[in-house]
Design a protein around this ligand. Structure first.
Ligand SMILES: NC(=O)c1ccc[n+]([C@@H]2O[C@H](COP(=O)([O-])OP(=O)(O)OC[C@H]3O[C@@H](n4cnc5c(N)ncnc54)[C@H](OP(=O)(O)O)[C@@H]3O)[C@@H](O)[C@H]2O)c1
Length: 124
């Protein structure tokens, strides 16, 4: 998680929003979290992800938000994008990054009765 994605949980006293996972929060301003399940990482997230990829274990889930997703785009192998039938008119970019198109293939799609789509893309 980027600090922006984590902050809303922290603001309501939730320190471990994904308690079933090992959790990392990328932040240069949080000094530490009083929860052994959450590690604050002040250095570069790319280095963190490259180190985690070398470890045994499951996949790495990038929660967001847009600034962290933009920084980690070069290390992103798969994207699961949800579309909701709502037009908000403004918002936070999914990826805050330089204009540099990167190609993905559609690997899976699910449609839900309420009009939500869940699309899975893998890097070409
Ligand atoms: N729809 C969804 O599935 C979803 C998922 C997640 C989040 N969100 C939403 O996204 C919003 C937050 O997104 P955001 O783009 O504003 O923030 P963000 O990417 O979550 O967090 C940005 C912060 O993370 C740290 N950070 C990120 N990249 C870094 C890097 N390369 N190096 C060092 N630190 C880095 C910095 O924290 P410091 O300032 O502390 O250094 C930076 O201010 C929230 O409103 C949240 O609700 C939505």
């Amino acid at each position: 998680m980027g600090r922006g994605a984590y902050q809303p949980a922290l603001d309501i006293g939730v320190t471990s929003p994904y308690a079933h996972l090992r959790q990392y929060v990328v932040s240069s301003t949080l000094s530490g979290i009083d929860d052994p399940a959450v590690e604050v990482v002040s250095g570069g997230p790319i280095e963190l992800v490259r180190r985690l990829k070398k470890e045994d274990g499951g996949d790495i889930w990038l929660c967001g938000g847009g600034k962290l997703a933009g920084a980690l785009l070069p290390e992103t192998d798969e994207m699961m994008i949800k579309y909701y039938p709502v037009v908000a008119g403004a918002g936070i970019p999914v990826f805050t990054a330089e204009f540099q198109p990167q190609l993905f293939d559609l690997a899976d799609s699910r449609t839900f009765a309420n009009g939500t789509l869940l699309l899975t893309y893998t890097r070409k």
